[in-house]
Design a protein. Structure first.
Length: 140
């Protein structure tokens, strides 16, 4: 991620009320990854007096976002840079997963055909999950 974030101090700063802890949980993280397959994530945990804190970084090669968790906070600092609003996309992906009833990753699958591939929830006929772009057959 260091190659993407040349100067984190040059980023845009704002605050969010979205608690970043639930986004770290297995099923939420999986759902966010489906919607944003080109985005990498790394979390760095505090130590010593800051042991309860963490910062999660997201990056896609051009854009990046970080969110800082501090215990007992009601608002969390977000820093981001690049052409995309990655934090908004992450919040949207999380909200979409919650709107589907927070399904576990085991209820998802993938279909691959001659025309491409896509992800679904509750069976191949249960409808596609809104996720990153389908991969055309020629790219496979």
């Amino acid at each position: 991620m260091g190659d993407v974030i040349a100067d984190p101090s040059a980023g845009r700063v704002r605050h969010t009320t979205t608690d970043p802890r639930p986004l770290q949980e297995e099923h939420a993280d999986f759902a966010i990854g489906l919607r944003l397959p080109d985005v990498e994530q790394r979390t760095f945990f505090g130590r010593g007096a800051h042991a309860g804190e963490f910062t999660t970084w997201y990056a896609d090669g051009q854009s990046w976002a970080s969110v800082d968790y501090v215990p007992d906070a009601h608002s969390f600092e977000v820093n981001e840079g690049g052409p995309r609003d990655l934090w908004r996309e992450i919040e949207d992906a999380y909200a979409a997963w919650r709107a589907r009833g927070e399904p576990p990753r085991e209820e998802h699958g993938v279909t691959v055909t001659g025309d491409g591939q896509w992800t679904w929830h509750t069976g191949p006929r249960g409808g596609r999950v809104d996720c990153g772009a389908s991969i055309p057959r020629k790219a496979l």
